[in-house]
Design a protein around this ligand. Structure first.
Ligand code: HEC
Length: 139
């Protein structure tokens, strides 16, 4: 904040009152954990409206994109930027999918497996991620 305010003051002095018609605090609202909660809430509600299952599709998508895609790639083939480095599993492989239960997948997501870290995610999000993986079967 301090450098912004300083440059504002500088602008005020040199350009006059043309720039900075609003104080920096009004334009640069500080992020608080509450904002995050509200966003999650909205995402959940949107997901509910679409699927009717309350899994929060938007939240699941955001979670996949932010936390899984770097290794597993867009649909789960293990072709994300860091996928080859950690040898991320091909989650779309039908033979593998037939062998594993949803409980095993949930366990791996929650506790981690091999080079995959553990993820502390809510129950509906874990379920949604598993549903997403199941949908990508054989793709
Ligand atoms: C740092 C890279 C990395 C990230 C990030 C990552 N994974 Fe993985 N994932 C792996 C690797 C590597 C394996 C293979 C683990 C093994 O079998 O040793 C794996 C395996 C899995 C498996 C199969 C587990 C099993 O029981 O065989 C699932 C399901 C999975 N990941 C889901 C996810 C989800 C969902 C996320 C995001 C919340 C995620 N992964 C994020 C690297 C990652």
């Amino acid at each position: 904040m301090a450098p912004v305010r300083r440059s504002c003051a500088f602008l005020l002095l040199s350009v006059g009152l043309l720039a900075c018609d609003r104080p920096p605090s009004a334009t640069l609202a500080e992020w608080t954990p509450r904002d995050h909660e509200q966003k999650e809430q909205t995402a959940k509600q949107q997901g509910k409206g679409k699927s009717g299952q309350g899994t929060g599709d938007a939240l699941v998508e955001a979670t996949w994109r932010n936390q899984c895609m770097t290794c597993h790639g867009p649909i789960g083939k293990g072709d994300g930027p860091t996928g080859p480095m950690v040898k991320a599993a091909d989650l779309t492989d039908p033979a593998w999918q037939a062998k594993v239960t949803d409980e095993q997948l949930a366990q791996s997501i929650r506790k981690g497996k091999g080079k995959m870290p553990q993820f502390d995610l809510s129950e509906p999000v874990v379920k949604g991620l598993i549903a997403r993986i199941r949908t990508a079967r054989g793709q």
